[in-house]
Ligand binder design. Sequence first.
Ligand SMILES: Nc1ncnc2c1ncn2[C@@H]1O[C@H](COP(=O)(O)OP(=O)(O)OP(=O)(O)O)[C@@H](O)[C@H]1O
Ligand SMILES: [Mg+2]
Length: 253
Amino acid sequence: MAKIIAFANQKGGVGKTTTAVNLAAGLFKNKKKTLLIDFDPQANATSATGIDLEKIENDSYDFLINNNIDVNKAIIRRDDDFDIIPSTTQLAGAEVELSNQSGRQFYLKKSLSDINAEYDFILIDNPPALGLLSLNALTAADSVLIPVQAEFFALEGLAQLIKTINLVKKHSNSYLTIEGILMTMTTHTKISRQVVSEIEGHFPKAAYKFTIPRSVRLAEAPSFGQSIFEFAGLSSGARAYNKLVKEIIKSDG
Ligand SMILES: Nc1ncnc2c1ncn2[C@@H]1O[C@H](COP(=O)(O)OP(=O)(O)OP(=O)(O)O)[C@@H](O)[C@H]1O
Ligand SMILES: [Mg+2]
């Protein structure tokens, strides 16, 4: 059975996609059979992995909603890299379409049950909102990894997110755990250091002991359709994400 990790933070631009894509690449590099699900209509993870958007036949919307599709048609299988279920703007419609369905938060969990056994890890990249898409991901997941950008407002959204996680635990997924809180885009400024130590103070167990530094390389890699390991394997960003890869493999036992 796969370990399913959702990447969530309703705050935009905090590093969810960057973390999901590079972790997927790092796990694959370590011979873990890995599937990345792009569960954001912005489709950033899909473009970051160099998938040609024109060539997508079925996307994560089809995988989520359409009971008749062959799940295998939505998975883009790659011998030399992790597998991916891509996203397109079509996924935006799912929020509305599911809103009146009973059991609306369980759709992804059901779809995943068919392919769960095939993978070591399934990573789900979510949109910056706590809507039905994120709820489906949190309901399907074993754990949630929370990237937090090291800036002044970091803590404010976190309380709401933790509240949502607790609601999901109560109503639709009692097994959900927090995989970890990952500080991203850290710098040597005073404010960055303050925010990191504040998060460590509030979440001594959940906060990772390392951070992901702000690095131009990390921002550039997606435009080449490459992970940081391919694009700049010796960079500070690659070293930092390698630590996360090791940590995730270790925590999976
Ligand atoms: N450590 C980093 N150093 C420099 N730039 C980064 C870093 N991490 C992410 N970025 C850049 O910051 C922007 C936001 O990152 P990313 O897309 O991963 O965030 P996100 O949380 O997925 O955003 P959204 O909420 O819109 O989905 C991107 O342009 C990305 O390339
Ligand atoms: Mg994103």
